[in-house]
Design a protein around this ligand. Sequence first.
Ligand code: 4IP
Ligand code: ZN
Length: 157
Amino acid sequence: DEVIRKAFMVKRSQNKKIFTPVNYKERWFILTRKYLIYYDSDGQKRKERGRIPTDAIHTVEQAQLGELSKQILDGDNDKSPYRYPFQVGYSEQNSDYTLYLAAKEHSERLDWIHAIRTVCISNTRRARYHPAVYSARRWWCCDAERKTAPGCSLASL
Ligand code: 4IP
Ligand code: ZN
């Protein structure tokens, strides 16, 4: 499958399991027509950490990650090279997940959003989404307490 985009970005843990930590890891991302895949590094010995089937994606939007600046990414908070978050929402086996990513440049973030949307052109994108994260039993964008609360913001066209 042809590589459409690739780059190092930081990802927030998706916490598919209930008791796993919330953390941020730098990963090597590759977008193909069929998958968004992340590896622990680039090069020959890279190990795959996860993949999202593009046909499962329903949301591709910018994001707000206030907590990102508080996490240690490269030692010094304000100097983190990954300052431009966005999100990829998808559903798999009746569960809904959001992968929060952060790019190094605003233009790079826009390019990724555009590329993923283009690959997902025939998917039904959801009309609403939450810009921020769900953590400590609330959505930090709108204070809704249920994880399944309908999105508080309108998705862009
Ligand atoms: C892990 O934390 C990593 O953040 C994983 O990301 C993440 O999986 C795990 O969450 C989380 O527990 P530790 O490295 O401290 O164990 P990565 O796969 O990039 O290493 P995701 O799903 O985000 O890939 P779970 O609950 O989803 O496994
Ligand atoms: Zn919200």
